[in-house]
Design a protein around this ligand. Structure first.
Ligand code: DBV
Length: 250
């Protein structure tokens, strides 16, 4: 059992329990990909597996799970709502590298500086945030241009030991996912044309940023080459632009 497998199992079980899930297509060749990292004695087999679902309100729920031994484990788990809901994105980036763990967990807002938006989607989770933040020290610097994509309830931490990931981070992950699904349950479709345009614009900005700045690009390119990597990023991990034609005519 690798470090983030319980997170993935919990997420899928919870989604199945709380939503009417349907499969979301994973392009051929991207469901499962093996590779090798490092050289000689340090050589490690690395396996990347992908998971994807949708529901009536959630356009794409997807996970990328990278398993490459003790010093390379990643679970990147993101939920992209249908663009006729003002729901935030659920964003989890759980990363273990030779230098240690790096954990990002948030409900990433569409509208960063909008008090009404924060009232709706940040205020209700502040108690959960405070409870977990107590056990998870702030992780320090992160890219300034990324700040606009995070909420005031952003959990960002670099735990020193596996045990913190297995206990405190896992507890936060569970609470955030449950709270997110509460938001999904309550969400009502937006019909105002102007609002719809703002939502789509905000979704595109977010997805474009993440596709362009994907911090995993280097790792994937070393493992699987740049052709596979670019297709994985634009055709699966952050695929909104490719799906726009279908969305607009819906
Ligand atoms: N990150 C992804 C995807 C990954 C992934 C799809 C499938 O978006 C993994 C894999 N994240 C990943 C890896 C690293 C990070 C780091 C492998 C380490 C990169 C390295 O050090 O070589 C949050 N993830 C990070 C960092 C941040 C995030 C801030 C540190 C990168 C840095 O300091 O430059 N999550 C990430 C992020 C956003 C987000 C930038 C922006 C909206 O939601």
């Amino acid at each position: 059992m690798t470090l983030y497998q319980p997170f993935l199992d919990y997420a899928i079980a919870t989604l199945e329990k709380r939503l009417d899930l349907a499969p979301y297509p994973i392009p051929e060749g991207f469901e499962r990909k093996g590779g090798v990292m490092g050289k000689g004695k340090r050589q490690e087999d690395v396996l990347t597996t992908s998971y994807a679902f949708k529901s009536d309100k959630l356009r794409q729920i997807r996970a990328a799970h990278v398993q490459g031994g003790n010093s390379l484990q990643v679970l990147n788990f993101v939920i992209f709502p249908e663009p006729n809901y003002n729901l935030p994105f659920f964003g989890g980036d759980l990363v273990t590298l030779p230098g240690g763990h790096l954990i990002a967990l948030d409900m990433q807002p569409l509208f960063h500086d909008d008090p009404a938006y924060q009232e709706q989607y940040t205020k209700p989770i502040l108690p959960i945030f405070s409870k977990h933040q107590e056990h998870l020290e702030w992780g320090g610097d992160f890219p300034e241009e990324a700040q606009q994509f995070f909420s005031p309830a952003f959990i960002w931490t670099r735990p020193q030991v596996n045990e913190i990931v297995e206990t405190k981070v896992f507890a936060a992950f569970k609470d955030y996912l449950e709270a997110y699904l509460d938001f999904v349950e309550q969400a009502k479709p937006v019909t105002d044309q102007e609002q719809l345009e703002l939502i789509l614009q905000a979704q595109r900005r977010y997805v474009d940023y993440r596709a362009t700045k994907d911090p995993a690009r280097g790792m994937f390119t070393r493992l699987y080459g740049s052709e596979w990597t670019e297709e994985y990023i634009h055709g699966f991990l952050f695929d909104l632009e490719r799906k726009l034609p279908q969305l607009i005519t819906k």
